[in-house]
Write a protein that binds this ligand. Structure first.
Ligand code: ADP
Ligand code: MG
Length: 309
């Protein structure tokens, strides 16, 4: 698949001496929706700000469409839309003026029809002439998205777009972002909501303490999530796993011999649980209790973030 954005060996040490990024390598594919997950302070905003030319990298390079941001800054930046994490925009301007001005800033000729469509997609048409200070928090956020889209970027960064946003607005933003993706815009979204990544992303990256610790197709992660474990507590401990039970199934005996652990796929038609229980009965093994546990993206995420600390 074609790469639209390439981050190579990117490191950032702030003037304070704090190292916020540690040699990050990442390729974003044209047209994908990529979710960058990480706890607060992981380096998500630093990474985005470097790509958008707001923060200077200490080491490494960024290529967008094959162009180096350090050498072709204006051209690269014109291809990128950024919805920043912080809500800062000129409160005294009207929605229309601020969006029109943003477009001009990136050297695009005026296009009233396009801007009207952006505002209507964001349900902001009737607020065109309103001053930004008079809008609700959710509307201000949508104005920021309109600004980011004003110059028709092919790559859109959304830095925690739904932090502190109510459930309804979150849903409608997801819907809108999906529409953009259908039009071919490459979308990179940072979030610390696992649910958002689950719902939206084609691929997921996990960043922790400045290190990219995982990049994975979402469906692959979902399959891992689909795995569940059945714990069978036994009435009397076993010295070893009986051969009669070990017919190619994912079954292990705990070191203390008191329980069996059986891993199965929740998405498969046959979990194998009925036949396991039948075989236990045939072998005369008595069960004391049964329990199941599921590994979720959340758990995978938490364990990655913990092991990195
Ligand atoms: N200008 C700065 N000077 C010094 N440290 C900074 C600066 N900006 C961010 N940091 C630190 O870098 C780390 C990563 O920050 P940030 O990229 O904002 O993380 P995230 O967006 O994942 O929450 C944090 O520990 C933060 O305190
Ligand atoms: Mg951030």
């Amino acid at each position: 698949m074609e790469t639209i954005l390439e981050v190579r060996n990117l490191s950032k040490t702030y003037a304070s001496g704090f190292q916020a990024l540690k040699s990050v390598n990442l390729s974003i594919r044209r047209g994908e929706m990529f979710a960058l997950l990480g706890p607060n302070g992981a380096g998500k905003t630093t990474l985005i700000n470097i790509v958008c030319g707001i923060v200077r990298a200490s080491e490494g390079s960024v290529l967008a469409d094959g162009l180096d941001i350090a050498k072709d800054y204006r051209r690269v930046r014109a291809a990128i839309g950024l919805v920043p994490q912080e809500l800062h925009t000129d409160m005294f301007e009207t929605v229309w003026d601020t969006v029109k001005f943003s477009r001009g800033l990136f050297g695009k000729p005026p296009n009233q029809e396009y801007l009207e469509r952006v505002l209507s997609d964001l349900s902001l048409s009737d607020k065109k002439k309103s001053k930004i200070m008079t809008l609700s928090g959710g509307m201000k956020r949508r104005v920021l998205i309109a600004k980011a889209l004003s110059h028709e970027p092919s790559i859109l960064f959304l830095d925690e777009p739904t932090a502190g946003v109510d459930v309804e607005l979150r849903r409608s933003m997801w819907e809108m972002v999906r529409k953009l993706r259908e039009r071919g815009v490459t979308i990179i979204l940072t979030t610390h909501y696992i649910e958002e990544a689950e719902e939206m992303a084609d691929r997921v990256g996990v960043i922790n303490k400045g290190e990219l610790v995982l990049v994975e197709d979402k469906h692959v992660l979902m399959q891992r999530m689909g795995k569940k474990q059945l714990r069978v507590e036994l009435k009397s401990p076993l010295a070893a796993l009986p051969a009669s039970l070990n017919g190619g199934r994912a079954l292990t005996l705990e070191p203390d011999g008191k329980s069996l652990l059986y891993t199965y796929d929740t998405q498969s038609d046959d979990t194998g649980i009925p036949s396991l229980l039948a075989d236990l009965g045939k072998s005369g093994i008595e069960i004391r209790d049964l329990s199941t546990q599921q590994s979720s993206l959340e758990e995978i995420f938490v364990s990655l973030v913990r092991s990195g600390s």
